[in-house]
Design a protein around this ligand. Structure first.
Ligand code: ZN
Length: 403
């Protein structure tokens, strides 16, 4: 998460939240950047907050904070979102930038913090996060599911709210954290409307974040031979091994391009998505999107696009005798067919084109199995360009996901 701070913001301000009854605004312009003394002063405030508020005991919590006077270019973000960045590399980068920083435990929080600062959104979304009052932390969240479904229908610019088929309420986190819910969408204003439609326990505070969720920022276009473990890729190929199901309900198939072959998988948690994957056939040309697993090297499908469907010819029946109009009998495997009445023979059975049940286009995993960074199909071709946005995103609170 990243916050940009400055002084003497202009008169134009925009409400982006409310914390304990007090409205929070951001300003699109600062007339004064901060100096090193102010950077030091802010770092003591940040340190005090992290020291008292972070759940250090949680094994998945590795906080870190970074204060930079100048925004670095986007390279660090690109690396962090597409690859694994070593902590030493991040620390060296921060020292080179004269950053004030501290990493706790394994220090990996520094990587996310630095990536958030260096992000320049080419596509971005928003998330409205609402928070619970302290007395409710750790207890079951009181949220009316019907109102979430209704909000999902009423607010078309939001996404990944609810998975009707798998009964999964995606706006609610699983952890016992202070977050009540997070609604993601393309339009910050509609998120505010959306949150008023969710019936829940009292919301103590809420804040709008600019995010890279749902942008596919983690994906890189690659040819198969250049794909490495732990990357997330977009690659095009043709199916060379038909989909088959293994124990546990996972569906696997193989694609190839001019450089090599690779396995693709739709794992059990992707539910009904596997049914579509099973419809693929040798010769189909597809573009796959997903993260790469190491052993065995496999693309874990997030979505795919069918570009070309092969014609699938199948034997439908034994050939019909042209004289007697009766079906011939097989003489054995690959030995052809013979009419038992008149002795007429034929080499080939009747072949027909098997109708395909899949059509060209995009297919994605259901909401319940979606990764935070995966771009939902409803966002395809409607990327939000930050330069056309109604307000400068740079001053907004950022919440970014890394790979
Ligand atoms: Zn015959």
């Amino acid at each position: 998460m990243c916050l940009r701070v400055g002084k003497h913001g202009g008169k134009i301000k925009r409400k982006i939240g409310n914390i304990n009854g007090e409205d929070v605004f951001c300003s699109p312009i600062f007339t004064k950047e901060l100096d090193e003394n102010e950077q030091k002063h802010i770092s003591t405030i940040v340190k005090a907050i992290v020291d008292t508020q972070a759940y250090i005991d949680d094994e998945n919590t590795n906080p870190g904070y970074v204060l930079l006077l100048k925004k670095p270019d986007i390279d660090f973000y690109q690396k962090a979102v597409t690859k694994i960045v070593a902590i030493d590399v991040a620390k060296k980068f921060l020292n080179d930038q004269q950053a004030l920083f501290e990493g706790y435990k394994n220090g990996r929080g520094l990587i996310g913090a630095t990536a958030a600062i260096s992000w320049e959104p080419r596509d971005r979304t928003f998330e409205l996060i609402s928070y619970r009052s302290k007395q409710h932390w750790g207890t079951k969240r009181q949220i009316d599911l019907k109102s979430v479904q209704q909000m999902d229908t009423n607010c078309p610019s939001t996404f990944d709210n609810y998975d009707a088929r798998n009964h999964h309420n995606r706006i609610v986190p699983n952890s016992p954290c202070p977050i009540l819910y997070g609604i993601r969408g393309n339009d910050a204003e509609e998120l505010v409307i959306a949150s008023t439609q969710v019936n829940s326990e009292p919301v103590e505070s809420w804040l709008l974040f600019e995010t890279n969720q749902g942008t596919d920022n983690h994906l890189q276009k690659k040819q198969i031979a250049h794909i490495h473990p732990f990357e997330s890729v977009i690659t095009e190929g043709s199916v060379v091994v038909n989909p088959f199901t293994i124990q546990g309900g996972h569906v696997l198939f193989t694609i190839k391009d001019t450089t090599g072959t690779i396995s693709c998988a739709a794992y059990e948690p992707t539910k009904e998505f596997r049914k579509i994957v099973r419809e693929l056939y040798i010769g189909d040309n597809i573009v796959v999107y997903g993260g790469v697993r190491e052993h065995p090297l496999t693309i874990n499908l997030e979505k795919f696009e069918v570009k070309h469907l092969t014609t699938n010819m199948v034997k439908t029946e034994n050939p019909v005798c042209p004289i007697c109009k009766k079906h011939m009998k097989s003489k054995g495997t690959k030995k052809g067919y013979k009419c038992i009445k008149c002795g007429e023979t034929s080499v080939y059975p009747t072949i027909q084109e098997k109708p395909r049940t899949i059509i060209k286009g995009f297919y994605e995993v259901p909401v319940c199995a979606r990764r935070h960074l995966s771009k939902p199909l409803k966002r395809m071709n409607q990327e939000t360009q930050s330069d056309t946005a109604s307000f400068n995103e740079n001053q907004m609170t950022r919440h970014i996901e890394s790979s």
